[in-house]
Design a protein around this ligand. Structure first.
Ligand SMILES: [Zn+2]
Length: 201
């Protein structure tokens, strides 16, 4: 694997080889500045209103599918998601994009609460399953429930990885690796853009 492949592969590749990443960090940072096509998080500035937690990213008022309690599987056409979701969220969720390292809202966020799918509201992780990872993307060692997340073999970039998608709406979230901390040993490496934080009231 050469350095070009590493840069193209994005966060999950980096996570797989964390030790090497540490050495490559300056190079990675330089390259991510150039890879603007991989998702600029500036589009996350959703308008704030009184119904939103200050740590939320998006206004979901116009999204009829958004729910933290309805676990019914959705089958929404991509054309409709494209109308409902902000451009950066659609790109990552339904075009399998990857946000730049260290740019997302939640990679080093430590709020107490819950993380949901930013597209449909499906609860994915609890904040107490989040851990500090040096990879630049939010990392969790456990999902909220068994069917919250679906798993798919991903052979992109000449690697075999496990892609994670939302179990309710199918949005791309990131990948999961088996080099996480105890007690599960798993590391869910998730794009911040794909997540919505729900603080405790
Ligand atoms: Zn979803």
């Amino acid at each position: 694997m050469n350095s070009d492949q590493e840069r193209q592969a994005g966060p999950d590749q980096i996570g797989m080889e964390r030790m090497r990443t540490m050495n490559l960090l300056p190079l990675l940072l330089a390259s991510t500045v150039m890879l603007t096509a991989c998702g600029n998080s500036s589009g996350q500035t959703a308008s704030k209103n009184s119904t939103m937690d200050s740590n939320s990213q998006y206004d979901h008022n116009n999204n009829p599918y958004y729910s933290h309690t309805d676990t019914t599987k959705l089958d929404v056409p991509l054309s409709e998601w494209k109308k409902l979701l902000p451009e950066d969220l659609y790109y990552i969720a339904f075009e399998k994009g990857t946000e730049r390292a260290f740019t997302g809202k939640y990679w080093d966020f430590e709020g107490i609460g819950t993380y949901a799918c930013a597209a449909c509201g499906n609860v994915l992780f609890q904040a107490d399953a989040k851990f500090a990872s040096s990879c630049g993307w939010p990392s969790f060692f456990k999902s909220e429930r068994k069917d919250a997340i679906h798993y798919h073999e991903d052979r992109a970039f000449g690697m075999v990885r496990t892609e994670t998608t939302c179990g309710r709406c199918g949005a791309h979230l990131g990948h999961v690796f088996d080099d996480g901390p105890e007690p599960t040993g798993q590391r869910y490496c998730i794009n911040s853009v794909s997540l919505e934080f729900i603080g405790t009231k």
